[in-house]
Design a protein around this ligand. Structure first.
Ligand code: GTP
Ligand code: MG
Ligand code: ZN
Length: 392
């Protein structure tokens, strides 16, 4: 994202030049550029009395231990190591309260941590500061204690944003240079994600989001009321539709685009959450709730399947009273894929889950990775045949 500069995951300011600080928090000169492979190779052989391209000991001493320097944003927030050397994708997880945003994110990040993408030669690492917060607020309660997560707290001050969870994805396939990307997730309270004023006040991350994952709870669809959690069926579809309209408007206005313009640089995936509750319904295409085998060679067929399953889920939701919402979704978000996901695999009983067996959690993220150039996107694009005139 060279022309747009960088974005600080903490204050969400965009900036073009980073400052540096030492471990005592003092501003210092930027560190010397990284040594090239050639320099690393020749340096040990060089006569140390000769002046060389590496910074002198005095220079190093003057700026403190170079390894402890960190890049900071203009407001002084420490950026994760090497953050500025990679492209960044900011992912906003959006949806009404109780949709499963936090539960989904917890299970997804846990799977990634556990090496779920290793078959695609991808490793994932979480920024230190995010990792502590993730462990205490998300992973321990849900995955160790198997308790229902509490609702995500409301933000109290205007202009605040939820704390980010910052990850680094690295992909090293044999014979190709390593690719890496920062992925910054934002998990807000659904209560502050549907009114227009609240989106502007508390949804600062949406102004810089390059990707949105929309989480929809089945209980809001009139035909799926039997899957509703307490209070959900009465919400109805007007509120999530309103949320999507406001979200789409905000994404466009943040980019200076007109209301009906195409959002070329944003990716969107939609999750039909809590799909474990739908499997017993005869009209639910239960085969779509699955974990596909991962391998580089199977990625294109996987994305083709994602497309087919998206179509089936759209049909299923339309038949269950969701046409208005889907029209909004498909018309205002850029080519979204629709996924059935069960984060927990089961219903909580008395506040606890009997077991946690996630299904379908990786697909929405794979789409995000492909749409932002980290994975090949073959198979994911809409069939050309559908948009082109038939050949004579
Ligand atoms: N059966 C089932 N229930 C789920 C699943 N995910 C979430 N739930 C239920 O939905 C409740 C709300 O989930 P959360 O993840 O806290 O919802 P949220 O979208 O983060 O809500 P806010 O933080 O208020 O915006 C959970 O406590 C569970 O009762 C799932 O995969 N299956
Ligand atoms: Mg939450
Ligand atoms: Zn900052």
């Amino acid at each position: 994202m060279p022309n747009k500069g960088f974005v600080c995951p903490r204050c969400l300011e965009r900036f073009f030049i980073a400052s540096w600080q030492n471990s005592a928090g003092q501003r210092v000169a930027p560190p010397a550029p990284r040594r090239s492979a050639w320099q690393r190779f020749t340096e040990p052989r060089r006569d140390p009395s000769l002046p060389g391209p590496a910074p002198s000991t005095e220079f190093r001493a003057a700026m403190g231990d170079a390894r402890r320097l960190s890049a900071v944003c203009p407001r002084g927030h420490r950026l994760p190591p090497d953050y500025l050397e990679r492209p960044t994708v900011v992912v906003g997880v959006v949806g009404l309260t109780g949709a499963s945003k936090s539960t989904y994110l917890t299970v997804l990040l846990d799977r990634l941590y556990a090496g779920a993408l290793a078959p695609l030669d991808i490793s994932v690492e979480m920024d230190e500061e995010s990792a502590d917060r993730f462990e205490i607020n998300y992973r321990q309660p849900l995955l160790v204690d198997r308790r229902q997560l509490p609702l995500t707290p409301l933000l109290l001050e205007e202009g605040q944003s939820p704390e980010p969870l910052t990850l680094v994805f690295r992909r090293s396939s044999r014979g190709t240079p390593e690719k890496s990307m920062n992925v910054v997730f934002f998990d807000a309270s659904g209560e502050q994600l549907y009114r227009k004023e609240d989106l502007g006040r508390f949804g600062k991350f949406l102004y810089v989001a390059s990707s949105v994952i929309v989480v929809l709870s089945p209980g809001m669809f009139p035909g799926l009321a039997s899957a509703a959690d307490p209070g959900e069926a009465s919400i109805g579809l007007a509120r999530p539709t309103q949320m999507l309209v406001n979200l789409a408007d905000l994404l466009r206005s943040a980019r200076g685009l007109k209301k009906d313009a195409y959002l070329a640089d944003v990716s969107a995936s939609v999750i039909l959450s809590k799909a474990d509750k739908l499997c017993s319904r005869p009209d639910f295409p239960a085969e779509v709730l699955r974990d596909a085998e991962l391998s580089p060679a199977l990625l294109a067929p996987l994305f083709e399947e994602v497309r087919v399953n998206s179509g089936r889920l759209v049909d299923f939701l339309e038949l269950n009273g969701g046409s208005n919402l889907l029209t909004t979704l498909l018309g205002r978000l850029p080519d979204p894929t629709v996924h059935a996901v069960s984060a927990t695999g089961s219903e909580p009983e008395g506040g606890r889950y009997p077991a946690i067996t996630p299904r379908g959690v990786l697909d929405p993220l794979l789409v995000v990775l492909a749409r932002h150039g980290f994975l090949p996107r073959e198979g994911l694009e809409l069939e050309q045949a559908l948009v082109e005139w038939p050949q004579p």
